[in-house]
Design a protein around this ligand. Structure first.
Ligand code: PEP
Length: 251
């Protein structure tokens, strides 16, 4: 049985005082110790160090939303994997559709980031997913297959065990439109078959495949109970303690 993992992608929301308030509300929830799933918080860079201190000794883990592939150097405004490690991050979101479309990140750039994160012992939450146009054309599987093959190029058997895959149909991100449980399950099962082809059955069955795209308290349970859906990457609903906690409880 795979233990489900819920991750909250705060995106570019929450300044430091707001972050402190949100983490305190989530952390002080009475039932936090009895959560059946693991929970990762991904606040903005500016809140990571404080978040690390606030979640110490709790069930929560820390992730970042992006990083640069290089270890250090003349990359003004960028952050490296080892910098993220130094403020307590265990995870980093890579290949998010907003990075792909708004910041022109190609499969190749994302692949370099994945390899760099792994070499710094940072676990990528690696996002894939098709646009609405691609879905309408019937090429969802082709797109996901390409993103998986290119983004995970040169990832070895050890590396893949440290990666979470997040299937995030672009048309469902921040739109209020969710994939139906059947649509999500279909792509998740396909992703697991790709993992089986590349890494073998044993490993493919251990890898966490999260769903992301307008997950809310009222749809979480149905989606999270699909056999190949092992958790959720939550955007909008994670920056309110109440809705994020409801999604966690749906596990
Ligand atoms: C996301 O940004 O990864 C995401 C899934 O956002 P939302 O939940 O708002 O659709």
């Amino acid at each position: 049985m795979r233990k489900k993992i819920i991750a909250g992608n705060w995106k570019m929301n929450m300044n430091l005082p707001e972050s402190i308030s949100l983490i305190s509300q989530i952390k002080n929830y009475n039932g936090a110790k009895t959560f059946k799933c693991d929970v990762i918080l991904c606040p903005p860079f500016t809140s990571l160090d404080t978040a690390r201190t606030l979640i110490k000794g709790s069930v929560f883990q820390l992730g970042a939303q992006n990083m640069h592939a290089a270890e250090s150097g003349a990359f003004t405004g960028e952050i490296s994997a080892s910098m993220l490690k130094s403020v307590g991050c265990e995870y980093v979101i890579l290949g998010h559709s907003e990075r792909r479309t708004l910041f022109n990140e190609t499969d190749n750039i994302i692949n370099k980031k994945v390899l760099s994160a792994l070499s710094s012992n940072l676990k990528p939450i690696f996002c894939v997913g098709e646009t609405l146009e691609e879905r309408k054309k019937g090429i969802t599987f082709d797109i996901v297959k390409r993103q998986m093959a290119e983004g995970l190029k040169e990832v070895d058997l050890y590396g893949i065990k440290n990666i979470i895959i997040a299937y995030e149909p672009v048309w469902a991100i921040g739109t209020g439109k969710t994939a139906t449980p059947a649509q999500a399950e279909e792509v998740h099962a396909f992703i697991r078959s790709l993992l089986k082809e590349s890494f073998g059955q044993d490993i493919s069955e251990r890898i966490i495949i999260q769903y992301g795209g307008s997950v809310k308290p009222d749809n979480a349970k149905e989606i999270l109970h699909q056999p190949n859906v092992d958790g959720a990457l939550v955007g909008g609903a994670c920056i309110k303690a109440e809705s994020f906690l409801e999604i966690i409880k749906a596990c």
